[in-house]
Design a protein around this ligand. Structure first.
Ligand code: DQA
Length: 148
């Protein structure tokens, strides 16, 4: 079983981008964290980042077609704007956990709205990069729950 971790725009700049907001961990650090979490739960990992909305949509579809165990999605700013990503998440029969490094609810009002969340299984925000690892643990829990 494979977990897709899909990252949206500007997350390639993690580490140097507004460190007071997002911290000093780079996207490579986040990938490493995800790789150990995936391994610990017996998942393979596909880890991607794009600044292009349509590419994110295609990857959600790809994870659906591949019957992935789950998707961890930090759609970054597209979270708050993209009906296309919402539709993609709704279209796939794969649980999607929305993740944000920051607590979006403590930030500007335009970040309080998530289109993606309407079709997400769950949402984790505000816990920093470890939110990704928690989401992967959550997907493992969902698999176990389905088997009960
Ligand atoms: C983010 C929060 C979004 O509002 C913002 O546009 C991002 C990153 C986060 O991980 O905290 O780019 O998704």
């Amino acid at each position: 079983p494979t977990v897709y971790v899909i990252n949206g725009p500007n997350l390639n700049l993690l580490g140097t981008r507004e460190p007071e907001q997002y911290g000093r961990a780079t996207l490579a650090d986040v990938e490493e964290l995800c790789r150990s979490a995936a391994e610990a739960h017996g998942f393979g990992l596909v880890f991607r980042q794009s600044n292009y909305e349509g590419e994110l949509v295609s990857w959600v579809q790809e994870a659906g077609a591949a019957r992935a165990a789950g998707i961890v999605l930090n759609a970054a700013a597209y979270t708050h704007t993209s009906i296309a990503l919402l539709d993609a998440v709704a279209a796939v029969a794969v649980p999607v956990i929305e993740v944000h490094i920051t607590n979006v609810h403590a930030r500007e009002p335009f970040r309080h709205v998530s289109y993606v969340a309407r079709a997400a299984k769950g949402v984790i925000c505000g816990l920093g990069p470890q939110g990704y690892a928690l989401a992967i643990a959550g997907l493992a829990g969902l698999v176990t729950q389905r088997e009960l």
